[in-house]
Design a protein around this ligand. Structure first.
Ligand code: SAM
Length: 464
């Protein structure tokens, strides 16, 4: 039996696979896959289709196709497509080698490449090469060495411990027993402590991750230069990382022939989200391309520090400072849930355009600002008759522990959030909504702050 039929994977929306982001990063590297609104997207190994589902709902004029060998997962995905009445998303129980010819502007293979044997890895590149439009971009994620080495050690030990021919549930039970022994251990040896820390991380993961990433037959991490060479053998070139970030600097990096690989070593990186294009396409990062993009802040203003610099940060930690008040106000303007065009920011900092470009390039390269090919579709405030985004309401109705946002992120929800989302049907104002929830036995004191959090998370469509 197909192992994913026996134990489906918990597929969720993955931000960096959305054409809004992938096309923006591609443009910054000299590849223009075209208009996001009418994009043709193929996902190989799409699981239950829950990455494609919110994309299809957000892009009604795009055409999306997902293929996966697990008929059970495809059946689960089709039920969601039908419930939402989406006509632009097709899910097919097919091997990736039988994927339709396209051409596709974006091909996604997330959580697939390292999870399949070498011949299928080669087939992933062959399929991408065959179906990708001339200016298209592909997203392929994979497990990286040397960072995956510690995870791989735990995987090896777990696989030696469980009986491989027993059903997944029995293997999970045996694996969790061993993990709990490691978690409770108090190693004095640094290597054993690394293994314990990995066991702690893994013990908190769901059964789908534990089984398919750590117990299933295939999981091959590779070094960056190996991945690059295999992609090249398939006629594809590595364009860059879908989540932009600057590699660390220092003598080791400077002294290495492959600086990106040295970066993986210094950061212990275990996972890559790579963007690929046809060989012969693409350039190094081109800051001027920011002029055509939308920019969304991923840091918030934290006031002025002791030296008078304006600080910006994430999770309460300052990450970035500037002494230029105009640049600070441009950064602050991007701190909300929305996004601004580079031109709008340039208008705010008259005469400082070159400095703004330099600062925004650095922010984009460090992941402080996210480049987008289109304006985000999320509302910045609630309308008089608030209606939550259809995919979020649908998954709330299904009892899901998360719902998709218009920023293509999974947002964790509890039982009350779900009741609230279901009630947000566009038929009543906030007062009526609160009364309805109270009549249903819910304590409603937190409704205003939950609604605010939902707006900030991007659960309402702009203009609805
Ligand atoms: C680890 S899961 C990832 C699923 C999904 N992409 C995600 O990120 O949640 C790997 C998926 O690849 C699918 N798969 C494996 N080999 C395949 C093949 N040859 N053709 C199509 N799908 C395949 C599996 O059925 C499974 O759904």
């Amino acid at each position: 039996m197909d192992l994913y039929d026996a134990l489906p994977y918990g597929t969720k929306p993955s931000r960096a696979t959305h054409p809004d982001r992938a096309f923006a990063v591609a443009r910054l590297h000299g590849v223009d896959p075209g208009d996001v609104g009418s994009a043709r997207v193929l996902e190989l190994g799409c699981g239950t289709g829950l990455n494609l589902l919110p994309m299809a709902a957000a892009l009604p004029h795009a055409e999306l196709v997902g293929v996966d060998t697990s008929a059970v997962q495809i059946g689960m995905g089709r039920a969601h497509v039908e419930a939402l009445g989406l006509t632009n998303l097709t899910l097919d129980a097919l091997d990736l080698r039988e994927a339709p010819a396209g051409p596709f502007d974006l091909v996604v293979a997330h959580g697939l490449w390292s999870w399949v044997p070498p011949d299928v890895q080669e087939a992933v590149f062959d399929t991408v090469k065959r179906v990708l439009a001339p200016q298209g971009v592909a997203f392929v994620s994979w497990n990286a060495l040397p960072g995956w080495r510690v995870r791989g050690t735990v995987r090896d030990l777990l696989r030696r411990h469980v009986a491989p021919d027993t059903p997944p549930r029995a293997q999970l039970h045996a694996a969790r027993e061993l993990l709990s022994l490691w978690v409770a251990s108090e190693p004095s040896d640094p290597f054993a402590e690394l293994v314990r820390q990995e066991a702690v991380r893994l013990a908190g993961k769901g059964d789908d991750t534990l089984f398919h990433d750590y117990l299933a037959p295939h999981n091959e991490p590779v070094y960056l230069d190996t991945f690059r060479a295999r992609a090249k053998a398939g006629g594809l070139a590595l364009l860059g990382e879908a989540e932009l970030q600057t590699a660390p600097e220092g003598p080791l990096v400077d002294g290495c022939l492959d600086r990106a690989l040295a970066g993986d070593v210094l950061t212990g990186r275990a996972f890559h989200r790579s963007l690929l294009c046809h060989e012969g396409q693409g350039n190094a990062f081109q800051p001027e391309a920011l002029g055509e993009l939308w920019l969304r802040g991923r840091v918030v203003a934290m006031g002025q520090d002791a030296s008078g610099s304006f600080a910006f940060g994430r999770g309460g930690e300052p990450r970035l400072t500037t002494q230029n008040p105009q640049l600070a106000s441009a950064l602050a303007a991007m701190s909300g849930p929305g996004a601004l065009r580079f031109g709008d920011l340039a208008a705010m900092v008259q005469g400082e355009g070159a400095e703004l470009l330099r600062l925004m390039s650095a922010c984009v390269l460090h992941g402080f600002v996210e480049p987008l090919a289109r304006a985000p579709g999320a509302a910045m405030q609630l309308g008089p008759l608030p209606q939550a985004w259809a995919p979020a309401r649908h998954l709330a109705e299904e009892g899901s522990p998360w719902v998709p946002s218009l920023h293509h992120e999974p947002i964790a929800v509890d039982g009350f959030d779900r009741a609230l989302l279901v009630a947000l049907d566009g038929a009543c104002d906030q007062g009526t909504l609160v009364a309805r929830l109270a009549a249903g036995g819910h304590g409603v004191a937190t409704v205003p702050e939950r609604l605010l959090a939902m707006v900030e998370a991007g659960l309402f469509v702009d203009g609805v």
